[in-house]
Design a protein around this ligand. Structure first.
Ligand code: PLP
Length: 401
């Protein structure tokens, strides 16, 4: 057994990937499992984007590129920020990485010293705290209650900021809750951040395009332009353009930080895939019409899932503004007993019960830092979702006091 590095003991494997793996194994063993753990759209990458990639391959776009993105892609990203967010960035302020994940990782690696704190509203995307830990920082989780729409409150943010706070990490719409901040809600937070000049803001806008009911997406540097110089605005093509496998994420931010992030990337992965970069140019500049079509489907599924879950005894589900997740409370199932005599004492027990008894795979809220909840992804077919909700209802009804 090789001697492993100490840093490995600080982190855990992604629990969402663990759930998908377990569901896949059960399926392979012949069980009719419905996976509600997916973190990716169930739609294919649009044809115009695929075609741009094929053209890139045939045209010889097959070599190393500039470490943190081709000039064409950086130009397309500058246009996107201006068009969608009213943010002016120059190419020196843009970094392109292998997925949004690498952008976040680079930003932490480039800035955190031991003891530096990163404020992370909980529930959070599972990778945030572990990425901070890998970079020697201290994640500081701030609970965000369902009664506040799972959104960070200004007074809680104020209280969490210390002299050691390096970053505040915001994610709207959120994975795992789907919660998105309105202009007023974001302004309440940027008003606090304005007063703490040593704090940098990292905003994960990965689900920007996936909002419903005419909700208007906003991002911190747009709401409070005085924060522009200390904000990193992260985004990517993975979710809105159905390109999770292509691995392209990007950010706009202060040029010296962008340069430092490129230095890290130059000694780890170098450039993101050249073909994927060409495809991302088409994604950002090409026809955007399919996004509204996908959103119509997502919205209908969200509405259906929220209604069906609220019909399950013991569950309580809020209707979120965006992304493709809901985050129902399973508090009403805690303390109950399953038909084979096991007590449900945590959200982990509840999702295990759903998987073992009903062949439904969801992820326990504990993985996202707020219990007792579970995350359900509705990025799966409407029929499968309906069937899954019916199974969940039967499973809830079968619990006894
Ligand atoms: N940020 C959030 C909130 C996510 O949910 C994800 C993916 O699940 C990412 C970032 C990472 O995106 P990418 O696949 O581009 O690395």
């Amino acid at each position: 057994m090789p001697q492993l590095a100490d840093r490995l003991s600080r982190i855990k494997p992604s629990p969402t990937i663990a759930v998908s793996t377990k569901a896949r194994e059960l399926k392979a063993a012949g069980r009719d499992v419905i996976g509600l753990g997916a973190g990716e759209p169930d739609f294919e990458t649009p044809d115009n984007i695929k075609a741009a990639a094929i053209t890139a391959i045939n045209g010889g776009d097959t070599r190393y590129t500039a470490v943190d993105g081709t000039p064409e892609l950086k130009a397309a990203i500058c246009e996107k920020f201006k068009r969608d967010n009213g943010l002016e960035y120059t190419p020196e302020q843009i970094s392109v990485g292998t997925g949004g994940k690498q952008i976040l990782y680079n930003a932490f690696m480039a800035t955190l010293n031991p003891g530096d704190e990163v404020i992370i509203p909980a529930p959070f995307w599972v990778s945030y705290p572990d990425m901070v830990l890998l970079a020697d920082g201290e994640p500081v989780a701030v609970p965000c209650m369902q009664s506040n729409g799972f959104k960070l409150q200004a007074e809680d943010l104020e209280e969490a900021i210390t002299d050691k706070t390096k970053w505040v990490l915001l994610n709207s719409p959120s994975n795992p809750t789907g919660a998105a901040y309105s202009y007023d809600e974001m302004k309440a937070l940027t008003d606090v951040l304005k007063r703490h000049e040593h704090v940098m803001i990292l905003t994960d806008d990965m689900y920007e395009k996936l909002v419903y009911d005419d909700f208007e997406f906003v991002t911190p540097a747009q709401v409070e332009p005085s924060l522009y110089d200390r904000t990193v605005t992260m985004n990517g093509v993975s979710k809105a353009y159905c390109m999770t496998g292509w691995r392209i994420g990007y950010c706009g931010g202060p040029a010296p930080l962008i340069k430092a992030m490129a230095k890290i990337q130059s000694q780890s992965t170098s450039n993101p895939c050249s073909v994927s970069q060409a495809a991302a140019v088409e994604a950002l500049r090409g026809d955007q019409g399919f996004i509204a079509k996908h959103n119509d489907v997502f919205k209908a599924r969200r509405d259906m899932v929220v209604d069906l879950l609220n019909d399950c005894p013991g569950l309580n589900c809020s209707k979120p503004e965006g992304a493709f997740y809901v985050y129902p409370s399973c508090e009403g199932t805690i303390g109950k007993t399953t038909p084979d005599g096991k007590q449900i004492s945590s959200d982990g027990d509840f999702v295990t019960y759903l998987l073992e008894n009903s062949d439904v795979a969801a992820v326990q809220g504990e993985a996202f830092g707020l219990s007792p909840y579970l995350r359900i992804s509705y990025a799966t077919s409407t029929e499968a979702l309906k069937e899954a909700c019916e199974r969940i209802k039967r499973a809830c009804e079968a619990l006894s006091e």
